[in-house]
Design a protein around this ligand. Structure first.
Ligand code: F6R
Ligand code: MG
Ligand code: MG
Length: 365
């Protein structure tokens, strides 16, 4: 059997209302397009969903990663949905589509992409994590915990299939360069890089024993692509689970700790990442706080069996409660750091303007 490719391609092509969620007609349009592609055998299967204002296309096929046909399908779907968004005058219609013409690969054109190719196992459980009002660096901490932290993942200590460890591929998003670190041997080196989650982002993780891919994340940063603020680069992540990879519960466990990520209002604030069921992926308080949903699938001969709404579980209530507490605390800082991002990381700024205006009022101290 040919290898299977799982492609998750997403874009914000119009919010309803403001940037809070998506209009059902966009989901319908996307489903219509992908149903046609499935009938035409381009796709084996698909699932269309959203996290906040981001439209998420989850697709299986046998064409490999970065395939032109699949990327064009996603691009054309986003264009069709943008048309619907414009007709409803949805907010920011087409905001993540940075180019007018498709160039063969949606990477660098605005949409976020996470894709992996693998041989389907006897049973293939996967989780697609989708975030809104945050950025791809948000996955660094949970991914480290899933694949390298023995206090999170029991398997790396007691499962012989995982005990050799994992290889982390990290991208420097400013330099467009990647580097690989082997864990546990190079764990401290790895942490020095991925702790700086604005610059160094985990792109993929491989099992050391056999090189099998375990996770892949979208690492596009829209602001770097466009050279100016064009909307948050809300990220996606695919994690394969069980039988030599983190168990489903080990992959979800890091999100019981609501760590602080960048994003939230105007992409310019720090706030806690809240794990929510699908129906609560509607960030509205100060355009947040940032959200993450987890869609679990069993893949059967390329078919997506699911999704299961994995954060729809009272065991994450405490994390959500804590998030609200942290959100209250952070909000009280108002325009002060560390709630507001540092000057160089703001997605919106009046500073350039102010520096020009007050240039002559600065006196030597
Ligand atoms: C954050 C986000 C929103 C907007 C905010 C202002 O990722 O998308 O918080 O930045 O609602 O939006 P504009 O500038 O479009 O009025
Ligand atoms: Mg938006
Ligand atoms: Mg968004």
């Amino acid at each position: 059997m040919a290898r299977l490719t799982l492609s998750v391609i997403k874009a914000d092509i119009g919010g309803y209302v403001g940037h809070s969620t998506i209009h059902p007609e966009l989901l319908e349009e996307a489903k219509k397009r992908l149903t046609q592609a499935k009938k035409g055998k381009k796709l084996i299967d698909f699932h269309v969903t959203h996290c906040g204002d981001d439209l998420e296309l989850i697709m299986t096929h046998r064409k490999g990663v970065e395939n032109k046909d699949i990327h064009k399908l996603a691009w054309d779907t986003f264009l069709a949905c943008t048309k619907v968004a414009k007709s409803l005058k949805l907010y920011g219609a087409g905001q993540d589509l940075l180019s007018d013409t498709f160039s063969g690969n949606v990477k660098g054109m605005g949409p976020g992409v996470a894709e992996m190719e693998f041989e389907e196992r006897k049973s293939e459980p996967v989780i697609v994590f989708m975030g809104d009002k945050t950025s791809p660096g948000a996955w660094n901490l949970p991914l480290f915990k899933m694949f390298a932290d023995p206090f999170n993942t029991a398997g790396i200590v007691i499962d012989p299939a995982m005990h050799d460890g994992f290889i982390f591929e990290v991208v420097d998003v400013y330099e467009s360069k990647t580097i690989r670190f082997t864990c546990p041997e190079e764990m401290y080196h790895l942490l020095m890089f991925i702790g700086a989650m604005r610059k160094y982002m985990i792109k993929a993780i491989y099992r050391k024993r056999d090189g099998e891919i375990g996770a892949v994340a979208s690492t596009q940063k829209l602001s770097l692509i466009a050279g100016k603020y064009v909307g948050k680069d809300d990220p996606v992540l695919i994690v394969r689970c069980q039988s030599g990879f983190p168990a489903v519960g080990e992959a979800l466990e890091p999100f019981a700790f609501p760590h602080i990520v960048e994003g939230w209002m105007r992409g310019s604030h720090h706030g806690p990442l809240m794990p929510v069921p699908f129906h609560h992926a509607t960030p509205s308080r100060f355009d947040g706080p940032p959200r993450v949903i987890a869609a679990g699938f069993q893949i059967a001969d390329g078919k997506l069996i699911g999704p299961v709404d994995l954060f729809n579980d009272p065991s994450f209530d405490e994390a959500r409660r804590k998030c609200n507490e942290i959100a209250n605390y952070m909000r009280q800082h108002g325009p002060f750091e560390p709630h507001r991002l540092g000057l160089q990381d703001l997605e919106y700024t009046t500073m350039d303007q102010l520096m020009k205006k007050f240039k002559n009022r600065f006196k030597a101290e």
